[in-house]
Ligand binder design. Structure first.
Ligand SMILES: Cc1cc2nc3c(=O)[nH]c(=O)nc-3n(C[C@H](O)[C@H](O)[C@H](O)COP(=O)(O)O)c2cc1C
Length: 207
């Protein structure tokens, strides 16, 4: 009986602490609605723990056939950030960021022909790579918001003139394409999220 009481007390305390964590965590919908592009940062660093949490969120995204084509290059070295990203027209947001995450996609994957379990795997194009990586990128933006950080999606693919110099500077191999470049940092601005709710963009039951 004594043992049962002890086990029940332990279970209750684990349950209570997990409830408390959920209470303290901002609700998912609040984070989604609060996210907005942040383009000015204080220059303060973003910790490795924070970056790993953000990347974990990226890798939790849905992915066609569970291929997980995302690859990430994370740059935290200020000088390198300046050299690789900090020279263009909107370089301020990179030069003040604590880190830059380049969300890349592996454009091919290894697969057996359908219905042939004994056939050898061959390299196939993955036509879904940029959808999967876009989902990962959005999760990254949301996770940054949830941690009280700021971030913005800046364009990579398909703008060849944007991706070629970055791929070269970071040694990104052929077949892996930078989809977007996300500076992450402590916000130095506090813009209100844009209200994009437009009921006219919804067609209920039929267009
Ligand atoms: C595919 C894509 C490309 C974007 N490229 C850039 C960019 O190159 N530079 C930039 O400052 N913002 C860029 N953005 C951010 C958009 O400008 C921003 O999401 C949009 O204005 C809506 O504002 P919000 O993010 O604050 O809701 C991009 C967003 C997407 C989804």
């Amino acid at each position: 009986m004594k043992h049962i009481v002890i086990i029940a007390t332990l279970l209750a305390s684990v349950f209570m602490s997990s409830c408390k964590e959920q209470e303290n965590a901002p609700a998912a919908l609040d984070v989604i609605m609060a996210r907005t592009s942040i383009r000015s940062f204080t220059g303060d660093p973003v910790s490795k723990d924070q970056l790993e949490t953000i990347l974990k969120a990226g890798m939790a995204a849905p992915t066609a056939m569970n291929v997980q084509p995302w690859r990430f290059v994370v740059v935290t070295d200020k000088e390198k950030i300046g050299n690789v990203f900090g020279t263009g027209p909107r370089s301020g947001m990179f030069n003040t960021a604590g880190a830059v995450i380049v969300v890349c996609g592996q454009t091919t994957f290894m697969r057996r022909p359908f219905g042939q379990p004994d056939a050898p795997e061959t390299e196939q194009p993955n036509i879904f790579w940029y959808e999967d990586c876009s989902a990962a990128a959005e999760n990254i933006l949301l996770a940054a918001t949830a941690l009280g950080l700021g971030a913005v999606w800046t364009a990579g693919y398909p703008a060849e003139e944007r991706i070629a110099p970055i791929a070269e500077a970071l040694g990104i191999p052929v077949g892996v394409v930078p989809l977007c470049i996300i500076p992450v940092g402590v916000p130095a601005e506090n813009p209100a999220p844009k209200d994009k709710w437009k009921p006219e963009n919804i067609h209920w039951e039929q267009w």
